[in-house]
Design a protein around this ligand. Structure first.
Ligand code: NAD
Length: 485
């Protein structure tokens, strides 16, 4: 690793509260490990329920003046934060790669999207409008959208800085104060972003980061009686527990959960685009993407040829440290590597050996080869359960009806991709498939501006786009009796 990359991470981190570093109320610190080398990058203070109490109280105080700031001031500040993030792009990308493992070029793309989150919601901060509602002539009625107050943000480890910004930027734009609990594996990016926002001029106390364990700091935050909104991004079981904790306080939780998304190839698809899209869909971030296209459905007429070409492409992939910008980096942790390898074993017992991959690398780091299982029945565990690694299942189908049936044959409904030159078929597929986003002829098409979230077990609510503002505002209706002439 280059000295420049190492220099991007401090030796130690505390919590970020009230615009400054603050030690936790216990001495417990957790090592953050570089998944490409298994070496400790830094140690981070682990916040507790007491620290969460502190952060929420400070946020409440900061919220009182922030909500009264003219919206254009909020807008200008968020624009400045976006600019500051762009200026720090290389450093922040290094941080993301070092703690998560993803290739540096992917991390740079994520930093762009983080900056864009602040810029996009800066553009909305002064356009959060209400309605005028016609009633009989003695009344004037209108609505205003008010911020919730203190919002809680639970972030997972797979795209830590992007997912931090995805919910924090609209929350701040709408006039809230935010408390963030990053994942145990990847707390550095959140701490660095909060520090940068403070240095750029964000008032102290508006954005607090409390690293800590999920069942301690995380549960304390999402179940806190003085928190007014919860955004949880992570696994289904944790999401359900978080939503139960929040509802005890009559607080709404938005849940962005997992997926097992289909990517469907019809025989008339643009062959190269379909191959490119399939590779991107499953091997981006080593498959650790909620919206990964982890179930490839291919028409039986082209199934064998498509898989042959896919395997050829997989053999060209370079697997190595993200900091060297390999095509595919390591998985995030030893625990996660074990989970993914267990699924590879399940796959072997369910359908036989993969047509490619399935092994680890003979070196330090949590590397697993890009892996493809072919001819996978839809009732197997590897076709139904989220593996969250570079493991693709392939299932042939006979016609459009079967493609739609297979696409809908899991409990998830996050996204779906389809490759076909037949515009009618593409839009029939989009109408019939139960998922929050549909990609036609480009997997992952869309961006920060397009609403994202799941049907069924993939979640509740939408992030991104103007719709996300709904998560961080509440409607007040004002009705005046003005009498009759
Ligand atoms: P996880 O649920 O184990 O952890 C996510 C976060 O929740 C972490 O910060 C963790 O510390 C915290 N947490 C754990 N227990 C908690 C509790 N009791 N109360 C409050 N917080 C708690 O998930 P993970 O393994 O870190 O993340 C991977 C999952 O996230 C996958 O299922 C993936 O699909 C999903 N994900 C979804 C999206 C989306 O936008 N839909 C995006 C990224 C990841």
């Amino acid at each position: 690793m280059s000295n420049q990359a190492v220099a991007t991470v401090s030796d130690t981190y505390d919590l970020w509260i009230d615009g400054d570093e603050r030690p936790a109320t216990t001495d417990e610190r957790l090592a953050v490990v570089d998944p490409a080398t298994e070496e400790t990058l830094t140690e981070v203070a682990m916040g507790t329920a007491d620290d969460v109490d502190d952060a929420v109280a400070i946020s409440r105080n900061a919220f009182e003046s922030w909500q009264r700031r003219p919206p254009e001031e909020r807008s200008r500040l968020l624009t400045d934060i976006g600019t500051a993030i762009r200026e720090e792009k290389d450093r922040l990308a290094c941080v993301e790669t070092l703690e998560n493992g993803k290739p540096l070029s992917e991390a740079r793309g994520q930093v762009e999207r983080v900056a864009r989150h602040f810029e996009y919601y800066a553009g909305i901060a002064d356009k959060i409008q209400g309605d005028s509602i016609p009633l009989s002539e003695e009344y004037v009625d209108y609505t205003v959208r008010e911020p919730l107050g203190v919002t809680a943000h639970i972030v997972p480890w797979n795209v830590p800085i992007y997912l931090f910004a995805r919910s924090v930027a609209p929350a701040l734009a709408a006039g809230n104060a935010a408390v963030v609990k990053p994942a145990e594996e990847t707390p550095i990016g959140a701490l660095e972003l909060a520090k940068l926002a403070t240095e750029t001029g964000l008032p102290d106390g508006l954005l607090n980061v409390v690293p800590g364990f999920g069942d301690d700091a995380g549960a304390a935050l999402t179940g806190h009686p003085d928190v007014d909104g919860v955004t949880f991004t992570g696994s289904g079981p944790t999401g359900k527990a978080v939503a139960k904790g929040a509802i005890e306080n009559v607080t709404e939780a938005h849940l962005e959960l997992g997926g097992k998304s289909p990517n469907v190839i019809f025989p008339d698809a643009d062959w190269e685009a379909a191959l490119d899209g399939t590779m991107t869909a499953i091997f981006t971030n080593a498959g650790q993407v909620c919206s990964a296209g982890s179930r490839l459905l291919v028409h039986e007429d082209v199934h064998k040829d498509f898989v042959d070409d896919l395997v050829e492409r997989v053999h060209e992939l370079d697997l190595g440290p993200g900091i060297e910008d390999a095509d595919v980096g390591p998985l995030v942790s030893r625990d996660h590597l074990k989970k993914v390898l267990d699924y590879v074993d399940v796959g072997r017992s369910e359908v036989g050996d993969p047509v490619t991959g399935g092994s680890t690398l003979d070196r330090d780091g949590y590397f697993v080869e890009p892996t493809i299982f072919d001819d996978v029945p839809m009732d197997t565990r590897i076709a139904q359960e989220e593996i969250f690694g570079p493991v693709l299942t392939v299932t042939p189908f006979a016609d459009e009806d079967e493609a739609i049936e297979l696409a809908n044959a899991t409990d998830y409904g996050l996204v779906a991709g389809v490759y076909t030159e037949n515009i009618g078929r593409a839009h029939r597929f989009a109408r019939e498939v139960d998922a929050g986003q549909i990609y036609i002829n480009e997997y992952f098409a869309g961006g920060n501006e397009t609403p994202f979230g799941g049907f069924e077990d993939s979640g509740i609510g939408r992030e991104n786009g103007v719709q996300a503002i709904d998560n961080y505002t509440q409607i007040k209706n004002i009705c005046a009796n003005i009498g009759r002439r």
